[in-house]
Design a protein around this ligand. Structure first.
Ligand SMILES: Nc1ncnc2c1ncn2[C@@H]1O[C@H](COP(=O)(O)OP(=O)(O)OP(=O)(O)O)[C@@H](O)[C@H]1O
Length: 237
């Protein structure tokens, strides 16, 4: 069973074709980078994957659950970190997670245990009682990732999760999420930053709504993924 299946997905914003027959699958427990320049269609695809809107054609499946036929099961197996922050700045880190746990029907000791375990995984346990507003951008992102894991999803989707972070925070979060994939989580990581992709990652390059390359990053980019990416997307420096 694949972790994530995207089959022949298209979407138009008015006269503009944002996605044009996009297909790829991600094996379970794999880190997949969805790499594309601004306007490639990454956020539009995330909207489809999270059922913000429904594709008219094609098929999406999350951990084997078809999004059209079994949306509740599919969404229950998915954790999402959106591009814009959605934390409550006035609540503590722990309370933010407990609030989210309640949305998944988790309460009491079970919710507390899961919240602390998720924070532990992201190296955030010692921040549990701090208000979210006091955290720096990198720690806020880690907290959002911890929150997305609280219901133990099989698939984690992240839409440009390092935007606005400094180099050290970017590297730390990229490493944390690679570690999660090594632990069995299927990850789809949307980015326009080539340096977040590692040779052993699964890589899908999206440009003008089309998949231009799909395979292992090392095979696609060789020793110069940046050069290959720029050549494919036609944007030479
Ligand atoms: N709500 C919308 N209404 C109209 N057009 C849209 C809308 N959202 C996106 N688009 C257009 O669809 C295309 C794909 O945009 P999308 O935001 O999905 O790309 P992206 O890869 O996420 O880009 P970015 O990295 O800039 O976020 C672009 O041409 C964009 O202008």
């Amino acid at each position: 069973m694949s972790g994530l299946t995207v089959e022949d997905i298209s979407h138009d914003w008015g006269a503009r074709r944002a996605l044009d027959g996009v297909s790829f699958t991600v094996e379970r427990g794999r880190f997949c980078a969805l790499l594309g320049p601004n306007g490639a269609g990454k956020s539009t695809l995330f909207g489809m994957l999270t059922r913000l809107f429904t594709p008219h054609t094609g098929r999406i499946a999350i951990a084997g659950h078809d999004m059209a036929r079994a949306p509740r099961a599919a969404l229950a197996r998915m954790g999402v970190v959106f591009q814009a922050s959605t934390l409550d700045p006035d609540l503590t880190v722990r309370r933010n997670l407990l609030y989210f746990a309640a949305l998944h029907g988790l309460f009491g000791r079970e919710a507390e245990t899961r919240a602390m375990a998720a924070l532990e995984r992201l190296g955030m346990a010692e921040r549990a009682e701090e208000k979210a507003a006091r955290l720096n951008g990198g720690h806020r992102r880690r907290m959002e990732i911890a929150r997305a894991l609280i219901h133990r999803p099989d698939v984690l989707l992240l839409d440009e999760p390092t935007v606005g972070l400094d180099a050290a925070s970017r590297a730390a979060i990229t490493q944390h999420v690679h570690d999660l994939a090594s632990g069995g989580l299927t990850v789809l990581w949307a980015t326009h930053l080539v340096d977040e992709v590692r040779p052993q990652d699964r890589l899908v390059i999206l440009h003008h709504g089309r998949v231009l390359a799909d395979g292992e990053a090392g095979d696609i980019g060789g020793t110069d993924l940046t050069g290959r990416f720029l050549a494919l997307t036609g944007d030479r420096p």
